[in-house]
Design a protein around this ligand. Structure first.
Ligand code: ZN
Length: 167
């Protein structure tokens, strides 16, 4: 029997720690949490992350650094926009808006997080770029489990069961 490795249409469970290569700052980690579970080859992860794990076996640890293009991309000016300040009235009743504050709005395709870039008298300049856009990212990843995906997972485009979508 062939040993299973990370490849398209497998479900992988991994522990990971993501750091910024220049400062060593940890921006995300699964340490102390359940491992991250994902269906491989369906665009669930940033592109370079899956590519670097291809062929890895259970128990294998890989460390790699991705340029912004293979992580969250470069910041895009089109993702910065002015929103009428009156739309923030409900929030402003409860809290003072501050530059650098992170909020989430509901758009037709789902929740969209943004950062307040600038507070103006009548508008709020909102930056919808991912907060890690423009950054190179280093990941240290340990493969905990790999299994073949089920037909229903492949057709839904996500993993089912613990760590995946429950439905
Ligand atoms: Zn599903």
């Amino acid at each position: 029997m062939e040993e299973i490795v990370v490849k398209n249409n497998t479900v992988a469970k991994v522990h990971y720690t993501g750091t910024l290569p220049d400062s060593g700052e940890v921006f995300d980690s699964s340490e102390g949490r359940d491992p991250l579970t994902f269906l491989v080859g369906h665009g669930m992860m940033i592109p370079g992350f899956e590519r670097e794990l291809m062929g890895a076996k259970v128990g294998e640890r890989r460390t790699f650094t991705l340029p912004p293009e293979e992580a969250y991309g470069q910041p895009n000016d089109d993702a910065i926009m002015d929103i009428p300040r009156e739309q923030f009235a409900m929030i402003e009743e409860q809290a003072e808006l501050e530059e650098g504050m992170q909020l989430i709005t509901q758009l037709p395709h789902g929740p969209a997080p943004f950062t307040i870039k600038k507070l103006n008298k009548d508008t709020v300049t909102a930056d919808f770029n991912h907060k890690l856009a423009g950054e190179s990212l280093t990941f240290s990843v340990e493969v905990v489990e790999i299994r073949e995906a089920e037909e229903s997972e492949i057709s839904h485009g996500h993993a089912h069961g613990p760590g995946g979508v429950e439905h």
